[in-house]
Design a protein around this ligand. Structure first.
Ligand SMILES: Cc1cc2nc3c(=O)[nH]c(=O)nc-3n(C[C@H](O)[C@H](O)[C@H](O)COP(=O)(O)O)c2cc1C
Length: 187
């Protein structure tokens, strides 16, 4: 069955907002991608799932690299600009610069990277595949920098910040889980 955009089911997930930067036939560009996931430690891999009609897709396919800038809580405006139009029609980087956002040139890739993000990961594409109605692009991190800021959270079609910590279970509950694991061990 389908799990369509904007439906109650698709709005249950909680994600980061990846601001994906690229440089290619359509110049420097940035798009918002909630489907930005860390999928391997060694090597460090990040997967993004984006529409093949997006300007970003063609830029990445041609350049074989992309930037992952994980939005910080003070970057919701950057997300709205990045997700609001197509780079083939609008120079979103120029708009963001007008709005006070700053970029630096990637150290290992040609794309621009957004300053002030929680994480800046420069990636080289290692795998691409069409999955359902989007394309999966996996990039290996070749350069990484981190900032001590809170990530912007995306849920229910809205932006949020991380709230109160939910603590791990009390020790007596952990002991009980251990006891049950002993009892339900498969032989
Ligand atoms: C918060 C947010 C998250 C988004 N997540 C995705 C996503 O994961 N994948 C996708 O294909 N589009 C996503 N979009 C839509 C794209 O950002 C949008 O289509 C954008 O215009 C594409 O830009 P481009 O054509 O310049 O590449 C998202 C938009 C917003 C605002």
């Amino acid at each position: 069955m389908d799990l369509e955009w904007g439906t109650a089911g698709s709005r249950k997930f909680i994600t980061n907002v990846g601001l994906i930067t690229s440089s290619g036939p359509h110049g420097d560009n940035i798009m918002a991608a909630e489907w930005t996931h860390h999928v391997s430690y060694k090597p460090g891999l990040i997967m993004i799932n984006i529409h093949e009609v997006d300007t970003t897709y063609e830029n990445i396919i041609k350049s074989k690299e992309f930037g992952v800038n994980l939005a910080a809580i003070d970057q919701n405006v950057a997300s709205s600009v990045s997700g609001g139009s197509h780079g083939q029609q609008i120079d979103k980087i120029a708009i963001l610069k007008e709005l006070g956002f700053e970029f630096y040139k990637g150290k290992k890739i040609g794309a621009l990277m957004l300053k002030g993000a929680v994480m800046n990961a420069e990636c080289k594409v290692v795998k691409t595949e069409k999955i359902g109605d989007h394309a999966m692009l996996i990039g290996e991190i070749v350069e990484l920098s981190l900032a001590d800021k809170q990530p912007l959270v995306y849920h229910d079609g809205k932006y949020w910040h991380i709230g109160e910590q939910v603590h791990k279970p009390e020790q007596n509950t952990l002991d009980k889980i251990k006891e049950l694991a002993e009892r339900y061990k498969r032989s």
